[in-house]
Design a protein around this ligand. Sequence first.
Ligand code: PGA
Length: 251
Amino acid sequence: MSRTAVIAGNWKMHGTAAQARQLASGLAQRLGSIAKDRQVVIAPPFTSLRAAADAIHGSAIELGAQNVHWEASGAFTGEISATMLVDAGCRWAIVGHSERRLHFGETDATVGRRARAALAVGLRVIICVGETLEERDNGLTLEVVPHQIRAALLDLGPAAIRNVCIAYEPVWAIGTGRAATPAQAAEIHAKIREVVAEVADGNEAQGLRILYGGSVKPENIDSLMAQPDIDGALVGGASLDVESFARIVEF
Ligand code: PGA
């Protein structure tokens, strides 16, 4: 089955609104036309969503957020709801990034709640999973990642899963310059598809876009995308530069 590739830029906690406007409009100009077989998403910090939305208006680039809260509104100081993200121009939300799991107490259960809330208002969701170096060294990758997937997809019906992408991001590869090899990533991506076929059904699993993340660069995108089960990339550092992100989009 041919799947539309997704290339998403996770800007993390970088830049002012003015810088976001500049980067987003640089991308919109540089990527004037985007091939039909790929979708491009940028996820700036919350404070830059509006500026980025204005800058990409009329282009094929779509806006995403880096996190989302599970309640619609209420006494949740510091949180942003899914409806607020839609209002700010978002069509996507990233949930469960390993930096949130590591630094902000994100658990498999809260990842699932965030995903459900975002899907309920029509956002597409990128659910991040991945093992730590210690887990990989102890041979636990094929236990940890399926567990994260099952927990996040719990209670999501097939219709919702159609709006989900999974990002496999080995923690040891994020921001380290040491990407997984295409073969390492492909092995886990194939396993993820198997697990999704168990919890949803074969059709949903075949249509699911599984992105690789962790030190994706212009130099390694082509060999990653050549793997049958790699359907896109979640890009951190290299998404902050117009030319390098555009080259990744044009794998
Ligand atoms: P990186 O980050 O590309 O800088 O390794 C990827 C991510 O954390 O999503």
